[in-house]
Design a protein around this ligand. Sequence first.
Ligand SMILES: [Ca+2]
Length: 509
Amino acid sequence: MKFPLVLSIIVTAASLSARAETTPKKPNIVFILSDDHSLQTIGAYGARLSEFCKQNNITPNIDKLAEQGGLFVNSFCGNSICSPSRAAIFTGLHGHANGVMSIIGQPAIPKEMWSYPLGLREAGYQTFLLGKWHLEKTTPTFDEWMILPGQGIYFNPSFNNSKGEKIQTQGYVTDVITDMALEWLRNRDTSKPFFLAIHHKAPHRPWEPSPKYATWLDDVKVPEPETLFDDYADQASPAREQKMSIEKDMTMAGDVKVGGKNGKNPNYAARNADFEKNKPEGRELTQWKYQQYMKDYLRCVKSVDDSVGRIVEELKKLGLEDNTIVIYSSDQGFFNGEHGWFDKRWIYDESIHMPFIVRWPGVVKPDTRFTPFIQNIDYAETFVDMAGGKVPEGLHGHSLVPILRGKTPDDWRKSVYYHYYGENSHHVAKHYGVRTDRYTLAFFYDKNEWELFDNQKDPLQLHNVYADPAYAKTVEELKAELTRLRALYKDSDAIVPANEKKQATPGAE
Ligand SMILES: [Ca+2]
């Protein structure tokens, strides 16, 4: 595997003169990153399940952040899978440049490579990372860290910390992480501004809710997507070959928690009894599985939302509310039954979108809906810019601070680049592509197959119009844009790693 950009973007740390003194009242920054939380399941986003979330009080605290600050409606990842998205956030570079393109056999990010905690440290910040890291071979560059090994687990998780200790905890992972965050806030070094990264495990598969919410939502019906029974008739062939369908690939014992060891878990007793009584089959079984999946997912989201509420409340108690930026994001989106799927990986909208919400008192006007196209590669420079620090030349992202201040640069990007490198657990074909305001163009290069969606006419992304003569000019323009982006980021076919031979651990994404 090659790292073509490493040499050119390795930080010349010495050349970045540290700011001599921190300016008064530098803002503190709390960055909350959940795992696989979709836009559809955030009330404030106005997406498919947003109204349902509002009616059922699922994300009141996240929604409040958006009301008091702003949210980005065109926020995207560059590769919709955990480790690569996290590496892009950490380095400000797409995967082909930082080396983390997949979740299997991922290399360490080169030690010499710049990452945003280094920029924050130079700017006089103390930095703490807490929760899911999922870049196993890379040591975090935060001053202190407390991370879940691998994926982490939902109950009684252990953590590894920056002192080389293994910490065993008791309780539900989202609550444990929140307790640790509050403790750190109370005991932090008050002589410096801080950056606190809180990386939740939830709501990642296998969507195990807190016992507190085990039966919450039992009596409601989660609205089904129009495309729950998508037959992929008018899409490119990879959509028909994936293995992420609720009908065929969502497991009864592990995912839906019926039978197996989950069958005896009292938290899942009601659904096991219901299944035994009604024995749904065929389409009804898919619908039934969808309800179980979505309720578990939303129960996990509810605990994340509680966490957001507790953190904001603690900032208030500590008198930090007015001078602390609070950011909420997730490492990518997720299919909540759209196209009949769970999981992510595709350039398609539910997967490529990332929530990005920023409350920055005195800077971001309340209830702002930002429309510029942003991407996870922008986070690193944004964090450091918020802190008044500097970043090295050659990052792929750009600071969002001008946009947050209400002035979008004239030359801001109008499209985003996407590249999914494949791994075997859900059989999604490798593809790269471009998402613009109106279109999504993807190239499945191992299949030499293109797919074009007109998102204005076809927001559900059901009809591949690539071969439609009416779109010939559009195809030409989008291909030119894709070529431009690949040249801009210096991505090339030579960088695509050999297809992974190893089967991924189910759910280990
Ligand atoms: Ca994820």
